[in-house]
Design a protein around this ligand. Sequence first.
Ligand SMILES: [Zn+2]
Length: 85
Amino acid sequence: MKKYYWYKNCPACKQGRLIITRDLTHERLYLHCEECEMGWLNSSDANENKNGFLTLLVDFETENPTLETIQKNNWSEIANHSFEE
Ligand SMILES: [Zn+2]
């Protein structure tokens, strides 16, 4: 079981959850939609549905971040929800 933290529903497809994902290649977090595979580098861009990128077209390594990593990046305030699977 892994725990995933997510922010809100995706502004693009309105269905997927924006999962906080760690980009290991650039050492940063981003929001990744589980449905349409769009990504945003910060919550304000996601809120306005701007500067999104299609994660499938970008070449980087990712992992599911721990809550500690999320806190270190000051993203705990947008880790509104979580689920395990
Ligand atoms: Zn989406």
